[in-house]
Write a protein that binds this ligand. Structure first.
Ligand SMILES: [Zn+2]
Length: 191
């Protein structure tokens, strides 16, 4: 009898804990946040990101803080990486997702973006936004991540806005059935 009362109470408490964890501040370590049900984990390989390695890490932290249904983790050596990040001398660009576990898209951290004065972390977060299925939203304000270069050369905001977050949540929110596959189209971010 006691068990019949306690079980729903424990379930309610777990749900409350998940809700509270979702509202955790940016300073919370990933291990302190509860994993939502059916969270998709995508692995990324930044071994060829060269001088953009730390910008990529910052952009990954931004995405992991901003959304719950998908999480980005560095690929252990020898493991398939769904997102490969490569520095080169072109414009920043990326293949449009949403990439699925076992699939693959590429992000190119083209040096022409930072050479023109644009912020490396915002570029990395923007290109990862493409990997997660967000198209460009140009022209747009600095508050929009997918406005890219049209947010202005002085714009350093690496955070997706509420609409962009909700689109990524939706892209990864319904489990593996009925999900849209990666588009694969190349999105080139010329300034
Ligand atoms: Zn773009």
């Amino acid at each position: 009898m006691l068990r019949r009362i306690l079980t729903p109470l424990l379930i309610a408490l777990s749900a409350l804990t998940l809700t509270l964890a979702g509202a955790a501040p940016a300073t919370a370590a990933p291990a302190e946040r509860s994993q939502p049900l059916r969270q998709t984990v995508l692995y990324y390989d930044a071994s060829r990101a060269a001088e953009y390695t730390s910008a990529v890490s910052s952009a990954v932290r931004v995405w992991n803080y901003s959304v719950s249904n998908v999480r980005l983790e560095p690929a252990p050596v020898g493991r398939h990486a769904e997102i490969r990040i490569i520095a080169d001398n072109g414009w920043p660009r990326a293949q449009l997702g949403p990439v699925r576990p076992g699939g693959q898209v590429v992000v190119w951290m083209g040096r022409q973006g930072t050479a023109a004065g644009y912020d490396a972390v915002r570029i990395a977060a923007h290109e990862l936004g493409h990997s997660l299925g967000l198209p460009d939203a140009k022209p747009g304000p600095c508050s929009s991540l997918m406005s890219g270069s049209t947010g202005g050369v002085n714009c350093t905001n690496p955070y997706p806005d509420a609409y962009e977050r909700s689109r990524v949540e939706a892209n990864y929110g319904s489990g593996l059935t009925g999900q849209r596959a990666a588009d694969g189209q190349l999105m080139v971010d010329r300034a």
